[in-house]
Design a protein around this ligand. Structure first.
Ligand code: ADP
Ligand code: MG
Length: 725
């Protein structure tokens, strides 16, 4: 082991569990204590302001300027009382992650002292020079202003000593420059369309809410070891590393005992989350060594997404306190499972009815089937778009690449629901819809449906979009992604489908059909049309790839080409009609996606180049020189046979020569790609002509790792990185 590596491994072994900051009291006492929530608002705002603010939150309208000053004053006082001295507009730019610029509350009072200030103007709108955030050309350089304003549906909170105000981020002309704006628009779109469809079943429904429950998977590595792996530090994944003799074959990690150090970290993290109002609930080991999962109880989608964004930042901070680093990359290690972020999604009414859960009566169940069929039909029509929403340079390693499920979107419904839909599709109108003596609607297959679906337990883990009894679980979302990307598309395509559905049903009703019969007929047609998206088999199998292509599903594996789906004519029209994205916004987003893709691959290429030329080749050469010296000396003694050593030297020579050749070819390919102006073409060049070298170069490095003296190898090996104690 090299001296540096030895020191780091030694440090990692000796990192003891950090003392957990013991929470005072019970969760019920400290939950949300760092959030300007309703309880805090009631205390810090006058009655009138509070009631206007509540209405704003419920109706999801902008904060009226008249009350902004009083809200700001209350918020400031609450923050000061809770130890804050700075405030920031906290927003979600297209870089991924969150951005914040801190300002002190203290302002000169003009008389030599300072005053704590937070004016209403700052809540309603704040100008920020954000010219360095990606915007896909929306904000050209002479108009470098971006505006941010508080999103009152997401409460302000305190991190360390900073009051964070969740904000939207828009351009001078009102175009979205973040994830929150389109997410909020998609939430409104699905609310409107779903509420109208609900009125077929219940006239009293006022609002439909989109819910999200995310499950966050991640890896932990020891900080000392992380610090001597430039690839982990700079790209979030290992670009090289021979598989450990033992990894996940024994399946002994999943639900196994969580290591003490990790438990200490988790407890600290959970405490911090609860104080921030994130309702974390479950924690457990995942399948791979060093892989874990954390999941809260589901919440309204906008808030749930803010909480996920917040969690990702908070976990990074807390991990450092415990001498860990969190890896949110989808595939940090070759040969073992990657990480995802399952997005459990459902729609519910303001009266608390889950529209994706079966009910007790035939009417409840017709409503449930209506929503279920609309969702899968939307997913069928826009399967390529849904995939584009979760594709990225990093998630590509988890989807479609080696040792990963194919990048194809399909839905799993389970045998019970499948048979209900099949029965419905095969039924004949007049026999299957009946009204009993009391004129209560009856329908075969739908009248009696078990409220607890069997498939709730009998799940298909290989499906990217599975129905799990009362919600859909979108599993293809990447572990470091902003959930909004997937949720914007899901809410929007569902809204579009429900709108179309309602038009078709209304047309039949106008032509004289009874409501239930009209719904039934439209559903029947939809079930037949969207059949290709339904797949209950093994989504990871090779046969599925062939079958899916036959069914006409989107099987494109190239990430930059996937992004084209945002710009399809019918997609642009759909988003535009719903008011979620304008054409300009979509074009800008696609630009940013291509640009980000290119940058990620570019960085990986550079890091790989540096590592091969500065770490790997020199180390292998040193070992080779030792062997050469040995062989040279052996030649002096006729009884000795140096054949095996010569063989080894040849192998090292072959591998290092290949690495040098491939690295220089890769660098040349990068230079050529860099000359391309068009972002899409450039990203495609990086995908087709640069990235293809990575695995090949890695192959030779991993071979060398097996041959070269362990004492010389500079980088911590998988077996050292992967088994936390
Ligand atoms: P799993 O077996 O998939 O790990 P969990 O019990 O961990 O399931 O729950 C996954 C997530 O699904 C949790 O965040 C949970 O709150 C969420 N969830 C449960 N019901 C719904 C629902 N109706 N809509 C959205 N999310 C839900
Ligand atoms: Mg799950």
């Amino acid at each position: 082991m090299s001296l540096l590596r030895f020191k780091m491994v030694d440090a990692a072994i000796n990192h003891a569990a950090v003392e957990v900051k013991v929470p005072k009291g019970h969760p019920s006492e400290y939950f949300g204590e760092k959030v300007f929530n309703r309880a805090a608002m009631r205390k810090y705002l006058d009655k009138k302001t509070y009631s206007i603010l509540l209405e704003t939150m419920e109706m999801r309208t902008p904060l009226p300027r008249e009350v902004a000053n009083s809200v700001a004053a209350g918020m400031r006082q609450w923050a000061l009382d809770h130890g804050a001295d700075h405030y920031t507009h906290w927003f979600q730019p297209l870089t991924g992650g969150t951005a914040e610029k801190h300002d002190a509350f203290a302002e000169p009072d003009g008389e030599g002292g300072v005053l704590e200030e937070l004016s209403g103007k700052l809540l309603v709108q704040q100008e920020s020079d954000a010219s360095s955030f990606p915007n896909g050309g929306i904000r050209n350089t002479f108009e470098a202003r971006g505006y941010s304003a508080w999103d009152p549906t997401s409460p302000a909170f305190i991190v360390d000593t900073t009051l964070c105000i969740p904000t939207v981020f828009i351009s001078y002309a009102g175009e979205a420059l973040d994830y929150k704006v389109p997410l909020l628009r998609s939430i409104s779109a699905v609310d409107k369309a779903a509420t109208e469809v609900c009125h077929y079943f219940d006239k009293n429904v006022q609002r439909v809410i989109s819910y999200l429950g995310w499950e966050q998977e991640f890896f932990l590595v020891d900080e000392s070891l992380w610090a001597v792996r430039p690839d982990l530090m700079l790209t979030g994944r290992t670009l090289m590393g021979h598989e450990s003799a033992k990894n996940q074959q024994l399946e002994d990690h999943y639900f196994g005992a969580i290591p003490t150090r990790v438990i200490a970290f988790m407890r600290d993290l959970e405490y911090e989350c609860l104080k921030l109002g994130i309702p974390v609930k479950t924690r457990h080991n995942e399948v791979a060594p060093n892989q874990f999962e954390l999941a809260p109880v589901y919440e309204e989608t906008n808030l749930a997404n803010d909480h996920n964004q917040l969690l990702m930042t908070v976990m990074d901070k807390i991990a450092r306190r415990h001498k860990f680093r969190v890896l949110l990359h989808e595939k940090p290690f070759k040969g073992i499972n990657g990480s995802g972020k399952h997005n459990n999604w459902s729609l519910g009414t303001d009266a608390g009815v889950n529209l994706l859960g079966p009910g007790k009566t035939a009417s409840d169940n017709l409503q449930f089937i209506t929503f279920l069929v609309n969702v899968i039909s939307a997913v069928h029509k826009y399967n390529g778009l849904l995939k584009a929403a979760i594709m990225s340079a990093t998630n590509a390693h988890r989807l479609g690449a080696n040792e990963a499920p194919p990048a194809i979107i399909s839905t799993f419904l389970g045998s019970q629901i499948s048979s209900v839909l099949d029965k419905l599709a095969a039924s004949r109108n007049d026999d299957d819809i009946r009204f009993d003596a009391k004129n209560v609607f009856r329908m075969s297959g739908v009248s009696h449906m078990p409220t607890l679906l069997l498939d709730n337990t009998d799940r298909n883990r290989t499906s990217p979009f599975a129905f799990t009894g009362n919600r859909f679980e979108f599993r293809a979302v990447g572990s470091c992604a902003n959930c909004a990307e997937a949720m914007i598309v899901l809410n929007s395509i569902t809204a579009a489908e429900l709108t179309e559905f309602k038009q078709a049903v209304d047309a039949k009703i106008e032509a004289g059909a009874k409501k239930e019969k009209a719904i039934y007929e439209v559903l029947k047609r939809m079930i037949k049309a969207c059949e290709p998206i339904r797949f209950d088999g093994n989504g990871y199998s090779e046969e599925w790839r062939t079958e899916a292509a036959k069914r006409g599903l989107d099987c494109e594996t190239s990430t930059p080409i996937n992004f084209d789906r945002f710009l399809d004519e019918h997609t642009m029209k759909m988003f535009n009609d719903l008011g979620v994205f304008s054409k300009v916004e979509l074009e800008a987003r696609a630009e940013v996606k291509w640009e980000t893709y290119t940058k990620k691959i570019q960085i990986e290429g550079r890091v790989l180049g540096d590592l091969t030329m500065n770490h790997i080749v020199p180390t292998a050469s040193k070992y080779e020189a030792l062997l050469l010296d040995k062989v040279y000396k052996m030649a002096q003694i006729p009884e000795l046979n140096a054949a095996a050593d010569i063989e080894l030297i040849k192998r090292i020579q072959d591998h290092t020569a290949s690495i040098q050749r491939l690295t220089s070819e890769m660098t040349e390919a990068r230079k050529q790609a860099n000359k391309i102006e068009d972002q899409r073409e450039k990203a495609i060049a990086y995908h087709d002509r640069v990235e293809i070298f990575f695995d090949e170069i890695r192959y030779h490095i991993d071979k060398l790792e097996e041959i070269v003296d362990d004492q010389m190898w500079p980088l911590p090996k998988y077996r050292e990185l992967l088994f936390l104690r």
